[in-house]
Design a protein. Structure first.
Length: 275
């Protein structure tokens, strides 16, 4: 993998699907300077919030009159086959297709949209909504350097981008970072409940749990050269309270095995969605 940056926004873009992730990416693009006059949003049932946002920003709802420079697929993976016939005329030979559909391979996307040779498969995560996400991406052989730069500019609106050389790894990206925020949110829930079980008022327990996770994440961001294992060791005094707690979490590698099974399950599901 490598991380890169740069690139220019396209003159025309069609966003297909304006759910949570699609609308988050759209807001990020517009905030960073994408011209709304060149943007169309195609969604069979857009929320009132999305409709109001597009109207306020000058973004057109519905299909453009001609194939755009970039077509971003942000619909549910299961709906690709039914949506494809309507999209075929909008995926021309000079159109770059960027898909964030879990499980759908480069070949599967190209088969559904045969008019567009250039396809990039990407997997962002929810923190992209606040510019703090990370996206794994892989391109097929038809993507030009200029198109890759364009995709980089779009995907970077949500945070960092990690380019993969092997498409076979994209389902692992989905399992680790695509689904990963939910694992962290669940940790916050569990830590809150544990605090309440020890007598803390629920509101205080929740604030303590949230602030602890926010602070730990901020330390990881502020000290990128430090491995998570080192940071964990630094806060673990011999014979102290943290060591006692970690003995439970690491006993028989319980937490490591549980997380390993969770990530493996997410990857299997992503692979199933390729059908």
């Amino acid at each position: 993998m490598n991380v890169s940056g740069g690139g220019d926004f396209p003159a025309s873009l069609l966003l297909v699907g304006a759910g949570r992730m699609g609308s988050a990416l759209l807001k990020g693009w517009l905030n960073l300077g994408l011209d709304p006059a060149g943007v169309h949003v195609l969604d069979p049932a857009p929320s009132a919030e999305v409709q109001a946002f597009c109207a306020a920003q000058g973004v057109a709802m519905g299909a453009p009159a001609s194939a755009p420079e970039v077509l971003v697929l942000a619909i549910k993976p299961q709906t690709l086959a039914s949506a494809a016939p309507m999209l075929v005329p909008l995926a021309g030979p000079r159109t770059l297709v960027v898909s964030i559909l879990a499980g759908k391979t480069l070949k599967k996307i190209a088969d559904h949209l045969p008019g567009a040779g250039a396809v990039i498969r990407a997997m962002p995560n929810l923190p992209a909504a606040i510019g703090a996400g990370i996206t794994g991406a892989v391109a097929n052989a038809a993507v030009t350097p200029a198109q890759r730069q364009t995709a980089e500019a779009l995907l970077s609106a949500g945070g960092r981008v990690e380019w993969l050389d092997d498409e076979g790894l994209i389902d692992a990206v989905t399992a680790v970072s695509g689904s990963g925020p939910a694992y962290v949110f669940y940790l916050a829930e569990c830590l809150t409940e544990a605090g309440v079980a020890q007598g803390l008022p629920p509101a205080i327990a929740e604030r303590l749990a949230r602030a602890t996770i926010e602070g730990a994440g901020a330390m990881l961001a502020a000290l990128p050269e430090a491995a998570a294992a080192k940071l964990r060791a630094d806060v673990t005094s011999p014979g102290g309270t943290t060591e006692a707690a970690l003995a439970e979490l690491k006993g028989d590698e319980a937490l490591a095995k549980l997380i390993g099974r969770a990530v493996a399950a997410a990857r299997r599901r992503a692979q199933q969605l390729s059908d």
